[in-house]
Design a protein around this ligand. Sequence first.
Ligand code: NAG
Ligand code: NAG
Length: 273
Amino acid sequence: MRSSSLMKLIILYSFACNLIWLATCSRGPVTISRLVSRQLFDSIFLHKDDAVCPANGFYTYESFVQASRCFPGFGNTGNLVTRKRELAAFLAQISHETTGGWATAPDGPYAWGLCFKEEVNPQSIYCDSTNTLWPCSPGKTYHGRGPIQLSWNYNYGPAGRALGFDGLQNPEIVSNNSVIAWKTALWFWMTEQRPKPSCHNVMVGRYVPTRQDIAANRTAGFGLVTNIINGGLECGIPTDGRVSDRIGYFQRYATIFNVDTGPNLDCQYQQPF
Ligand SMILES: *[C@@H]1O[C@H](CO)[C@@H](O)[C@H](O)[C@H]1NC(C)=O
Ligand SMILES: CC(=O)N[C@H]1CO[C@H](CO)[C@@H](O)[C@@H]1O
C-alpha cells in the first residue's frame, strides 16, 4: 500500500472513531452533579443571568452538565479533594475569562463569572496565517467565545474537529449553542497541546515536567494552568492584574468547595511555553 493511501486510511479511521465517540458521549454518565448541584452552581455564579450581563440565560447548569458527559475524567479523577480542586480551578479560570466583575462590584469582584459569551472589542481577528493546518476562512473571526474564550484559528479548528462542528467556517456556533460552548471549554481543559500539558493533568497530579519545563520554573499548580491558558501575555512578569483576578476567583471557589488551593498559585516566576 502506498504511504499516502495508508495516511488516508488512518485519517478516515480516526474520523470514524471520533464520530462514534461523539454519538455516544452525550449519553455518558453524569458524575459532575455529585460535586456541584444546581444550587451550588447558582451560588458560585451569582450574577450570570443579570440583565447587565450579555451572556444572561446562556450558560445554564443543564448545558454544563450535558457537556461534561463527553469528558468522563473531568472532576472525576483522583480523590475527593483532587476532584473538587480541579473543578474549582476550572470554574475559576472560566470565570476570569468571562468576568463582569470590578473591585467594588456587588458581592465582590469574584461573584461575576460567566457574564460574557463573546470578547468585547477584539483587537484582531486572531488569525495565525502561518498555520496551514487550520487555515482561516475568509470573513471569519476567531476572537474569544464561550466559557474559556476559545481564540485563534489553531484552537477553533481542532476543537471543532473533536466536537463535531466546523470551527473554521462556523466559529459563531460557540456563542450560539450553549452545550457546544461548554464543550469547547472542557475540550481545551482536557486536551494536551504540546509542548503544553493539559490543564486537567496539571490539576490532578499527572503532569510530568520536561527538562525545559524545569528550567522554565513550570511547576505544577494553578499558576501553571494560567500559563497554559494565557502565559504568553500574563506569566513571567511581576504581579499581573489578570493573574491576580484568576487567583482571586480560585480562592473564593476553593473556600466554597472546602479544599485548599495547593501551592504555586502564581506564574510570575514561570516562563511562558
Ligand atoms: C525561577 O524562579 C526563581 C524564583 O523562585 C527566579 O529567581 C528565577 O529567575 C526563575 N527562573 C526563570 C528561568 O524564570
Ligand atoms: C441566534 C444567535 O444567537 N446568533 C448569534 C450567533 O453568534 C453571533 C456572533 O458570534 C451573533 O452575532 C449572533 O447574534
